[in-house]
Design a binder for this molecule. Structure first.
Ligand SMILES: *Cc1c(COP(=O)(O)O)cnc(C)c1O
Length: 444
């Protein structure tokens, strides 16, 4: 099967969005529900490496990876070929009706690459939200307990349960209640904004959380603690050192299932295969999706065999979960991550980007914080007094989008610019993207 090589350079031949994109956008208004937005409505023709080509012939630098999905690049030939080969044999039988080997192989691979060398099992699903819902089902089924602990700034999805687990009202939850019960929110160890200073943040946030669980819920009532090892939509907040290990230890001591939501951080993104590894955390359950299959929809829950196997037969599943083409793509994507050394490449990308972003923080007062790991980095924009500055983010994004850099915002206050380039992007495109960002900051 022929996959088209995408030339790895930025090329702007029309205004952004161009006339073809604007024409489609106009049709979209009459056909697509308004509730689904697009950050940058240039309509895509093809994509690969660090470039997205649109229908007007523009070539944009990709600092988004379709929200941390195309870690191995878009339409990687190995992913595309393996998925196409599968599509030519069968498209669907439903694993719950007639199973197939690739589902088992993906589970074997997930059990191998996720943190910890204990006995594991996995289940495959369609989306990150579905994985998080299933992790909660499994934790409740296995413990016989009901309460779920989550954190400020958390994002876990858009279904009813995961909206409830998510922190931010607008746009995710507004008007969509009532939400599920037994969800308890705790403070996040957000070093940059911790009242007593970043060095106290990890231990103090852990102590508050543990105290509240003990006093307000009762540890014995808690089925699961669900946390992103680096928060994604919430603003690329790295938990201050010591926070995650203290929570993991508390969970272990009280039979609480520690669930790492690695939907955004997984699959080499942060310079580890999984972000939990950074502080040596071994989650009881880990949810994955986004980067798992090179762009095809797939998600998973992987975890301790005794928890995963505690659920009665037939209690877990779904019609499409572990679709055979998505499984084929996942096996190819994992091979690419391992054979191309993308964990190491993510670290190089992080080193290059963070060094440059720190010079921006010195040069521009508006850059309050620079943070992240591997190819998951961000800057937080602030007013002179440290208050969040979402207007500056909107202006920087507008400037960069118009010049062909796909850049995303994040954060509870919308004042974070996040960068998630594909791990196969070249240094030249990274530098060019950062130059555009610097120019946008200078123009504020
Ligand atoms: C994106 C995301 C989800 C939801 O995944 P979907 O595939 O959009 O349902 C859940 N958790 C985290 C941490 C995410 O980043």
């Amino acid at each position: 099967m022929a996959t088209t090589e995408v030339v790895q350079s930025r090329r702007i031949v029309t205004e952004i969005p161009g006339p073809e994109s604007r024409a489609i956008q106009k049709r979209r208004g009459a056909a697509v529900a308004q509730g689904v937005g697009s950050v940058l409505p240039v309509y895509v023709e093809r994509a690969g490496g660090g470039i997205i080509e649109d229908v007007d012939g523009n070539a944009l630098i990709d600092f988004g990876s379709g929200i941390a999905v195309t870690n191995v690049g878009n339409a990687d030939p190995r992913v595309a070929e393996r998925a196409a080969e599968q599509l030519g044999r069968f498209t669907h039988t439903c694993f719950m009706v007639n199973p197939y080997e690739s589902y088992v192989e993906v589970c074997e691979a997930l059990n191998r690459v996720t943190p910890g060398d204990h006995e594991k099992r996995s289940i495959l699903l369609n989306s990150g939200a579905e994985a998080v819902e299933n992790a909660v089902k499994i934790a409740r089924g296995a413990t016989g307990r009901q309460a779920v602990v989550v954190f400020d700034h958390a994002y876990h999805g858009r279904t009813n349960l995961t909206m409830g687990l998510t922190a931010k009202n607008m746009p995710y939850k507004h008007g969509f209640g009532p939400f599920a019960g037994e969800i308890h929110r705790m403070p996040m160890a957000y070093a940059y904004r911790w009242p007593t200073g970043p060095e106290n943040c990890g231990p103090e946030a852990a102590a508050v959380t543990i105290d509240r669980i003990t006093e307000q819920i009762g540890a014995d009532n808690v089925a699961a603690l669900v946390i992103e090892p680096i928060q994604g939509e919430g603003g690329f907040i790295e938990p201050a050192p010591g926070f995650l290990p203290a929570l993991a230890e508390f969970c272990r001591a009280h039979g609480i299932v520690f669930v790492a939501d690695e939907v955004q951080t997984g699959f080499a993104r942060t310079g580890h295969m999984f972000a939990s590894e950074h502080e040596g955390i071994v989650p009881d359950l880990i949810t994955t999706a986004k980067g798992i299959a090179g762009g095809l929809p797939l998600a998973a829950v992987t975890g301790r065999a005794e928890l995963m196997d505690a659920v009665h037969r037939g209690g877990l599943g779904g019609t499409y979960g572990g679709n055979p083409a998505a499984c084929a793509a996942a096996l190819a994507a994992l091979e690419v991550i391992e054979s191309e050394g993308l964990v190491e490449r993510a670290r190089e990308i992080g080193a290059l980007m963070l060094a440059r972003l720190r010079t921006f923080a010195e040069r521009f007062d508006v850059v309050g914080d620079v943070r992240g790991r591997g190819a998951m980095v961000a800057i937080e924009l602030v007013e002179g007094d440290g208050r969040p500055n979402p207007e500056a983010v909107a202006r920087v994004l507008k400037h960069c989008h118009a010049r062909g850099l796909v850049l995303l915002s994040a954060g509870t206050h919308g004042n974070v610019i996040r960068m998630l380039p594909p791990l196969v992007i070249g240094d030249d495109l990274l530098v060019e993207g950062l130059n555009l960002l610097e120019e946008a900051l200078a123009a504020l």
